[in-house]
Design a protein around this ligand. Structure first.
Ligand code: CO
Length: 159
């Protein structure tokens, strides 16, 4: 397996939108395994493919309550309800933590690494993490969730 380079804000590729995966071939399986290795190496709990500069709809997650990492391809939220606020970090924004409003409960459709269609209900941390990673696939990052003050602070911090 290979460690992949994670793009950091303000790399403009983080703003690119990803495309659905039609065929799960060896390249996609290798990408998923490399993404998992990269996420675990950096002690992340989620990683989206466009964070490693590949504009495909695939995310990997590593949430404590689960015994193994989850690979999610072509995710689509089909239902959402209730809200919560929590502090989020991101491997593309090292040392930055901000409070983000998310849906507490979501229902998600996706395909797994074997091409099987899955419907998943997620709440709390898993739900937050999935929404954060789907944002990445749509070119949306923590920067877009920041107040103007935080944005200014971040820009100063990066100089
Ligand atoms: Co992130």
């Amino acid at each position: 397996m290979t460690l992949l380079k994670i793009l950091k804000y303000p790399n403009i590729s983080l703003k690119k939108k990803s495309e659905n995966i039609n065929i799960i071939n060896t390249d996609i399986k290798t990408l998923a395994l490399n993404m998992i290795e990269t996420m675990l190496f950096h002690k992340g709990i989620g990683l989206a493919a466009n964070q490693v500069n590949i504009q495909k709809n695939i995310i990997v997650l590593n949430i404590n309550n689960y015994t193994k990492q989850i690979i999610i391809i072509n995710p689509k939220i089909i239902n959402k309800k209730d809200f919560l606020f929590d502090i989020e970090g991101c491997l593309s924004f090292p040392d930055i933590f901000i409070k983000v409003k998310r849906n507490k409960n979501i229902k998600l459709k996706f395909i797994d690494i074997n091409g099987k269609k899955i419907t998943l209900k997620a709440n709390n941390l898993l739900s937050i993490c999935i929404q954060h990673e789907i944002d990445h696939l749509n070119g949306i990052t923590l920067y877009d969730k920041m107040s103007n003050l935080k944005k200014k602070m971040l820009e100063k911090y990066l100089k």
